[in-house]
Ligand binder design. Sequence first.
Ligand code: EPZ
Length: 419
Amino acid sequence: MDKIVVHGGHRLSGSVKISGSKNSALPILAATLLTSEPCTISRVPDLSDIHYMLTILSELGCEVERASGVVKIRAEKILSQAPYDIVRKMRASVCVLGPLLGRQGEATVSLPGGCVIGDRPIDLHLRGFEALGAAVRVTGGDVKVLAPKLRGATISLRSKFGSTVLGTDNVMMAAVLADGVTIIDGAAEEPEVVDLANFLIAMGAKIEGAGTRKIIIEGVKELHGAEHEVIPDRIEAGTFLAAAAIAGDHVRLLRVNPLHLKAVIDPLVDAGFLIEANGNEISIRPGVKRRPLKLDTLPYPAFPTDMQAQMCALLATTEGISVVTENVFPHRFMHVAELKRMGADIDLQGATLVIKGVPQLSGAPVMASDLRASAALVLAGLQADGVTEVNRVYHIDRGYESIDEKLNGLGAQIERMKA
Ligand code: EPZ
């Protein structure tokens, strides 16, 4: 297993190109199951999660070709059961359920287990499928969904945690070939849901309201192939903004969509950073004085849970008391114990962190656990005194394309070593 060794104290400056969105590419690749015609998806990031998805699609019978960031895929004749060992590794593979159900009238996927950020239920996905007329059975760790014909319905996907991103994606992908009109209330509003809807529309689907809480889908007989470029990864962009806030002088992010990052940019401005957004570029540099923050993670367009750990790494060395509450995944605190090993002063009270800023963290060997916690530890190491070793770096490679090379390109000193 590789580890990433971060030598602290090297300031960041210059520009970095942001990759295509992991959380947009994954459901879009799954959506190609909805047609027997070829599709071409570009700006697909080179990540292990993407590799898992392409493996699942190949095992389902798709012809898959990948050349750098472009994936050509054709689901001419497909099976309807995804292989367990991959579903176990990546929860997002549940998003093949909807397209398989829509295309074949049946789908079987192993139930995704929990993961380090907590229980990852799919009850809302299944409730959506049942509303469309499917029969759902859970046997031997698999969930089997059957529906000779799907009928449009009105479905609420609201949960006590707000909305569900992949649940909205899954129900939308099942509904595009159903008989009649489906209305999804309490839909997720994330830009990645909009990107999926735009791809489905390019395939001939009839969808209105993506990006709002209410999505209306009018079923069509069949979908055709399409080409699509994936939107920029707003969480990778946010991660680099946090890195620049921690250790940067003047850093520019290229090929981003600032409109997707308002809920990350606003708190960084409140924290005292000077940020300029124009076209597809964002630049950030330190202001006069840094200020502590009060942050609440909530579904889009509010502050994203996927940026919580990275902002904790910044607030750990921001003078004053910051308060961060995690409302989406109330156990998403794998980074806290590791940041405390580096000298952070953080008190966990239920789903709320009280962070007392310290002047500087000290480098230490730390353990990566989930994707965003791993990124947070690398960011913390940038300005820590000494060397920080982040072990189990495969977590970080799931969601960041060459993060060490990109940070080194900005002036960091990071090595990737065999652990
Ligand atoms: C997506 O996961 C993202 N993953 C996650 O990013 C992200 O953290 C999450 O949305 C929230 O924004 C992908 O898009 C591949 P949810 P998803 O369903 O769709 C509960 C990353 O780091 N819930 O929106 O699986 C759930 O437990 C990853 O890139 C139910 O109760 O998340 C959670 O508390 C991590 N029942 C909340 O809703 C359900 O049926 C939001 O989950 C579904 C979800």
